[in-house]
Each structure stands twice: as structure tokens, then as C-alpha cells.
Design a protein around this ligand. Structure first.
Ligand code: HEM
Ligand SMILES: *[C@@H]1O[C@H](CO)[C@@H](O)[C@H](O)[C@H]1NC(C)=O
Ligand SMILES: *[C@@H]1O[C@H](CO)[C@@H](O)[C@H](O)[C@H]1NC(C)=O
Length: 472
């Protein structure tokens, strides 16, 4: 016991000396590094037990301003809630900052994941990914399937559904379809079961020996990768004889880059990971916000009823012009992403000493660019903590500089799925509000930590709306 105490004291002294030399050498942003080793991690975690979405940052912003130093999850970290600084961080990705994930997450992603790639290879793969999901591809190929699969999913609803679960199912089925042209069925559902275990691994403590969840996630990852590898091999064989399939896997196989099976599998997994929780939570939150704002819901319904009114019957496919006519829906999409994006911000690591706004961020330190703190700051958005889709009809917000509103990040790592996610959410809202009326089955509330979600996966009771224009 005494010997442990001795070591703790020695280490603390070393830590404090080390810290004060840092302070002298650099002009660090103001703030506190908290306790030795633990830093302010405990404050961070306990702060989020309240209803306030940004308690940890709010408190420090009031004391130190929008750029401050803290120490969380074992590392000194500079937090930014300043739009200009956030933009600087995003735009200098690969030059002054690089993304950095803990090893436990890298293992789940796979070493060829787009999220982990750097340099020229990242640039190439990022633009390839962008071209898989750009607006002309969505318009010409993806929209039809998005609409069809969403309708198919809504057909299967009983009167009580867990909205978050259905949204996840839809999102997964859509991604599988877009990646490799598989319609939903037993295969995709059993893949999803494994896949859910992989996702759980992302949110667990990165201690492989201690965590059963984590080792289960690694096992599930292997299974998912095996299933995908089989598909890739099969498609390689087919591609010589059978006509080419018009999907992302087809484009990867046809590209001149000669990707290995492993590269392709890691790439597909990255898309599944990046689009899954993000898109499905935003679908759920949009419905929740609309449920709580009858005026907004009424206006949204009117917009979508008008689209249906132009069709010969309800099941007629949506077209690109229909999507483009959903003006108020786009306001709802933006406002939902502003209020409750699951991606609250991004971590990076400083590749060199970086001077910004009169401070130095030392080489090797972590930075966290908080998007949420900007999105919820009344200096940038009036009545920032109220859901108000109409704000997007006013000039200032709609034309606000791109660094203030960044739900999809920016710079070299701008989300390649940003348009796809908007289309999926819009089509989902269209089919949902024209088909059903609903009310919450239970009280359910938003929580922001450790991830942004609703506590009970948003259970609702749905009733088909009386709809004269059903196709027979
Ligand atoms: C509401 C839905 C979504 C949100 C809010 C969102 C947000 C983001 C953000 C903020 C980033 C930047 C991360 C960083 O800079 O480190 C990102 C990256 C990424 N997103 Fe999305 N995303 C969404 C949907 C999707 C979808 C549907 C896809 C599938 C195509 C996707 C694929 C990706 C990929 C592959 C990256 C990594 C890009 C890179 O590191 O170069 N996302 N997303
Ligand atoms: C979208 O990507 C395709 C290739 O996949 C490309 O031919 C097309 O020009 C791109 N369109 C836009 C609007 O960038
Ligand atoms: C929604 O936000 C995007 C930026 O992500 C912006 O380009 C667009 O104009 C906004 N839409 C509306 C209706 O304000």
C-alpha cells in the first residue's frame, strides 16, 4: 500500500513539473488540466447527466472563452467552440492536423478504412466515395431504390413501432442495396445482427481484456468481413461474364486501382459504419421534433400532401423534381441536424506546434472542434436551443458562412454522404407523414451522452391516414 502511495506521489510531482514547463514554453489556451492522469474526464462525464446538451463546454466557455484547454480520456486536449477555429481545423486536415482514433476503434474499422486513411490515398478514395453518392448518381440511380425500400419497410409496420429500430433497419437495408444491389431479406438481416455487435464495440471501453462487448465486437467484425469477402470474390468472377451491376461494389471493381479484397471490404464497412447511426438517429429526431411542434408538422404535411396530389396514386415513385420541391422539408432537415446531430464534433491531433488566435497548440496534442457548441450558441443562432425550422427561410441563416453550420464537417474529410443522408431523410419524411398519423407511445427524451439518442428508441403508435389515392 505504502509503495503504491509513494509512486502516486512521485508521478504526480513529475506530472506537475512537466505541466508547468508546458505552461512556460507555450501560451496555451486558458483552462484547467484537472487532476493528474484523470484530468477533467469525471467532470465531463458527470456534466452530461443534466438535460443541458453542452454543460461541460458551456461552463468552460463562460469562464475562458470559446477556446480552452482541458484534459480528457487520458490526453491534454484543446476544445474549440469557435467557428473560425473549427474551420481552420477542418481545412488544415492532413497539413497541420490529422484524424486520430484509439487503437480499439481502428481494429474494428480495418486498416484500409477511409476514416483512417491519410495523404494521397485518402484524397483519391475520398473523391471516389464522393462520386458514388453525388447528386447525379442519386437522381439517376439511388432515388428509386431509396423510395421503394422505404415504402417496403413502412408496409411492415404494426400499430406500435420503435422508430429508432425501424430507422436503423431502413438505413442498413439501403446501404446494402447501394453497395452491392441486395434487396432486404434473410441475408441482410442476419448480417445486420452481427453488424450491431460491431457497432456496440465502438462505444465501449477500449480494454479488450476487460470488455466482453469489445471482444464480441471483434468476433462479429470478422464474421461481417467474411460475409462481405465472399460477395466480393463472387462478383469478381461474375464481372467477366455477367452484365455489370450498377452499384458501388461494381464501381470499385471496375476502377483502375486494382483494389484487393481486403481493401474493398474495409471500404464497404466504413460506409456502413459512417452512415448507420448518423442517418437513423436523425430520422428519429426529425419525427420527435415534429411531434412536439404541431405547426411545423402541419406545414410539412401540407408540402408532402401536395406532392401526392399531383400523382395518380400514392405508391407512384418519387422523382428528383419532387425531392427538389420539398423546400420546407429542407428547413426541417437543417434544423434537426443543428439541434441534435449525433456527431457533436471531431477529434484531431496537432501534427506540429500550431499558433492560432494568439495561443499555441503543442505538437501531439488533441483538439476537439465542437460543432454542437457552435450550433447551439445564441451568438450564432437566435434562440439557439429552440427547434425553429422557419429560421432557415430567413436570409441570415440560409446564407450564413459555411463555417458556422457544419453538421457534415468540411475540408478534405467532408462527409461524402451528405447529400445521400438528406435525400434519405426527406423521402422517409415524405412517406411517413403521408401514410401515417402517430403519437408517442411513451414519454421519451433526448440524451446527449455518451451518444446523442433518445432513451427509449422512440416508441410510437401509428395509424394509417385515410388516403383516397391508394393504388390497388
Ligand atoms: C445525418 C447523417 C450524417 C451525418 C450527420 C454525417 C456526418 C459526418 C461528419 C461530420 C463527417 C466528418 C468526420 C471527420 O471530419 O472526421 C463524416 C464523415 C464521413 N461520412 Fe458522414 N454523416 C452522415 C451520413 C453519412 C452517410 C449516409 C454516409 C454513407 C455514404 C457517410 C459516409 C461518411 C464517410 C465515409 C466519412 C469519412 C470521410 C473521410 O474521413 O474522409 N456519412 N460524416
Ligand atoms: C458524379 O459522379 C459521376 C461518377 O460516378 C460523374 O460522372 C459525375 O460527373 C458526377 N456528378 C457531379 C454532379 O459531380
Ligand atoms: C441547409 O444547410 C446547407 C448547409 O449544410 C445549406 O447549403 C442550405 O442552403 C440549407 N438549406 C436551407 C433550406 O436553408
Amino acid at each position: 500500500m505504502a509503495i503504491i502511495l509513494f509512486f502516486v506521489i512521485i508521478l504526480t510531482v513529475i506530472f506537475l513539473i512537466h505541466r508547468s514547463t508546458y505552461r512556460r514554453r507555450y501560451k496555451l489556451p486558458p483552462g484547467s488540466l484537472g487532476l493528474p492522469f484523470i484530468g477533467e474526464t469525471i467532470q465531463l462525464i458527470s456534466a452530461y447527466k443534466t438535460d443541458n446538451p453542452e454543460p461541460f463546454i458551456d461552463k468552460r466557455m463562460n469562464r475562458y472563452g470559446p477556446i480552452f484547454t482541458t484534459h480528457v480520456f487520458g490526453e491534454p486536449t484543446v476544445f474549440s467552440a469557435d467557428p473560425e477555429t473549427n474551420r481552420f481545423i477542418l481545412m488544415n486536415e492532413g497539413k497541420l492536423f490529422e484524424c486520430s482514433y484509439p487503437g480499439s476503434i481502428s481494429n474494428l474499422l480495418g486498416k484500409h478504412s477511409l476514416l483512417l486513411m491519410k495523404g494521397a490515398l485518402h484524397k483519391r478514395m475520398h473523391s471516389l466515395t464522393m462520386s458514388f453518392a453525388n447528386s447525379s448518381i442519386i437522381k439517376d440511380h439511388l432515388l428509386l431504390d431509396i423510395d421503394r425500400l422505404i415504402r417496403l419497410n413502412l408496409d411492415s409496420w404494426s400499430d406500435r413501432v420503435l422508430l429508432m429500430e425501424e430507422a436503423k433497419k431502413i438505413t442498413f437495408e439501403l446501404t446494402v442495396k447501394q453497395l452491392m444491389s441486395f434487396d432486404p431479406g434473410e441475408w441482410s438481416e442476419s448480417l445486420r445482427k452481427e453488424y450491431v455487435l460491431v457497432i456496440e464495440g465502438f462505444f465501449t471501453l477500449p480494454l479488450p481484456i476487460l470488455s466482453g462487448t469489445y471482444s464480441r465486437a471483434i468476433k462479429a467484425r470478422t464474421k461481417v468481413a467474411e460475409a462481405l469477402t465472399l460477395i466480393v470474390r463472387q462478383r469478381r468472377k461474375e464481372s467477366v461474364m455477367v452484365e455489370k451491376k450498377n452499384d458501388m461494389l461494381g464501381a470499385l471493381l471496375a476502377s483502375g486501382d486494382h483494389f484487393s479484397d481486403e481493401q474493398i471490404v474495409d471500404f464497404m464497412l466504413a460506409l456502413l459504419v459512417a452512415g448507420y447511426e448518423t442517418t437513423s438517429t436523425i430520422m428519429t429526431f426529425a419525427v420527435k421534433f415534429l411531434t412536439e411542434n404541431p405547426l411545423a408538422l402541419a406545414q410539412l404535411k401540407e408540402e408532402h400532401d401536395q406532392i401526392i396530389a399531383k400523382k395518380s396514386c400514392r405508391e407512384e415513385p418519387l422523382e428528383w423534381t419532387d425531392y427538389k420541391s420539398m423546400a420546407f422539408t429542407q428547413c426541417v432537415v437543417n434544423e434537426t441536424l443543428r439541434m441534435a446531430n449525433i456527431i457533436g464534433g471531431i477529434f484531431r491531433r496537432a501534427m506540429t506546434d500550431i499558433n492560432i488566435k494568439g495561443y499555441t497548440i503543442p505538437k501531439g496534442w488533441k483538439v476537439f472542434a465542437s460543432f454542437r457548441a457552435v450550433h447551439l450558441n445564441p451568438d450564432h443562432f437566435k434562440d439557439a436551443r429552440t427547434f425553429n425550422p422557419w429560421r432557415w427561410q430567413r436570409k441570415p441563416e440560409a446564407t450564413s458562412p459555411p463555417n458556422v453550420y457544419t453538421p457534415f464537417g468540411g475540408g478534405p474529410r467532408l462527409c461524402p454522404g451528405y447529400e445521400l443522408a438528406r435525400v434519405v431523410l426527406s423521402v422517409f419524411l415524405h412517406r411517413f407523414v403521408t401514410r401515417y398519423s402517430w403519437f408517442p407511445a411513451e414519454e421519451d427524451k433526448l440524451v446527449f451522452f455518451p451518444t446523442t439518442r433518445t432513451q427509449k428508441r422512440y416508441p410510437i403508435i401509428v395509424k394509417p391516414r385515410v388516403e383516397p389515392k391508394s393504388c390497388n
